[in-house]
Design a protein around this ligand. Structure first.
Ligand SMILES: *Cc1c(COP(=O)(O)O)cnc(C)c1O
Length: 379
């Protein structure tokens, strides 16, 4: 099955009892048993829910894995991966990543004795030099947030495998339509389904997809034991969003490419970060591992003061000033004060995340209108 067919059909069949073409929302907490232990595979809704099961199967197919495990948010999914580790274990992570992921590793898990090293994972020699016998997890995000750097998934995951280290790729920015990390050697693909998978800014949800049964069993155990499960209505919304994933992402990527080129020629713009630009340092790797270059664009201003950025951020009309990304509507944000405020300023500046950096999540509107909106705000 090809991708555009999978989003609509993989793991999904009309409801057996009614023929309902849409997966029903099984809004129940428990299930009747004929006699003690005699049930239809469903006992209690933290452990199993039919709406969730359909979504888990669909996500497994989209990521070319075998097991999907759903959670109440992207962070809950990541938290469950962290629970695979033990005190004394170490993580090697990208130094330019989702602020919430940095926060979870440092503010929560450091006190349980887990240490994360943040470095430029695009530099494979630097990654190799950091490995020791305590290293248990590679945390890869590509494209990175908000600098849109590209990490070579195949090379990095091969290195992890050589040393018996687990690897997880946060695939939120790309979506499985653009890249499937499990086919490039990753052990786990993680999603904030809040973003492209849901796609309509109406749900918070997370997921992990894996290939190996043993790892899946551990994660299902944590899902049930810790209990950060999504409600059935949220699973329904994600299933519904996924049906148009390929159409939305295709259009958003086209729009982003046009906008990146527009910004590149703008006199008020000093830098454009977009992997689709031929001079982007990760352009060739992006071309190799992604279908298109994504729909996130970051840029910096010639006037690199916070005040200048604030003016742009509060002047656009179609680009709404908001956190998050991956919805049909275009959003504009200020990483330094919003998504990445939990990362110390010195750390931010090291990766180029200045006070005037602006991040766009390009939606599926008509691109001419989006460009006009940005042009007016920049003027
Ligand atoms: C939003 C996001 C998360 C966290 O997901 P939530 O659904 O908000 O908990 C993790 N990683 C990336 C890259 C994100 O953009």
């Amino acid at each position: 099955m090809k991708f555009g067919t999978k989003v609509i059909h993989a793991g999904i069949a009309p409801d057996a009892t009614t023929g309902a073409i849409m997966t029903p929302i099984f809004q129940t907490s428990t299930y009747a048993q004929a006699a003690p232990g005699q049930h239809k595979g469903y006992e209690y809704a933290r452990t199993q829910n039919p709406t969730r099961s359909v979504l888990e199967k669909n996500l497994a197919a989209l990521e070319e894995g075998r097991y999907g495990i759903c959670f109440s948010s992207g962070m809950a999914a990541m938290d469950s991966i962290m629970k695979l580790l033990h005190p004394g274990d170490e993580i090697i992570s990208t130094n330019d990543l989702y602020g919430g992921s940095y926060r979870l590793m440092t503010k929560i898990y450091e006190k349980f004795g887990i240490k994360a090293h943040f470095l430029n994972m695009g530099d494979i020699e630097a990654v190799k030099a950091r490995i020791n016998d305590k290293t248990k997890l590679f945390w890869i995000e590509t494209p990175t947030n908000p600098m849109l750097n590209i990490i070579d998934i195949e090379k990095t995951c091969a290195l992890a495998r050589d040393y018996g280290i687990l690897s997880c790729v946060d695939n939120t920015f790309a979506s499985p339509y653009l890249q499937t990390p499990l086919t490039m050697g990753a052990d786990m693909a993680l999603h904030s389904a809040t973003k492209y998978l849901g796609g309509h800014s109406d749900v918070v949800h997370g997921a992990i997809v894996v290939k190996e049964e043993k790892l899946a069993e551990q994660l299902y155990f944590i899902q049930n034991a810790a209990g950060a499960v999504p409600g059935p209505q949220d699973c329904f919304l994600v299933l519904r969003g996924i049906k148009t994933l390929h159409l939305r992402v295709e259009r958003a990527c086209q729009n982003a490419e046009r906008i990146a080129h527009f910004l590149l020629g703008h006199p008020k713009v000093s830098k454009v970060y977009f992997p689709g630009l031929p001079n982007h340092p990760g352009h060739d790797i992006a071309k190799k591992q992604m279908r298109h270059f994504g729909a996130m664009v970051s840029f910096d201003l010639v006037d690199n003061q916070y005040a200048a950025a604030e003016k742009v951020l509060s002047t656009t009309h179609l680009f709404t000033l908001a956190e998050s990304l991956g919805g049909v509507e275009s959003l504009i944000s200020h990483p330094a004060s919003m998504t990445h405020a939990s990362i110390p300023r010195e750390e931010r500046l090291k990766v180029g995340l200045t006070d005037s950096l602006i991040r766009l999540s390009v939606g599926v509107e008509d691109v001419e209108d989006l460009i006009e909106d940005l042009d007016k705000a920049l003027q």
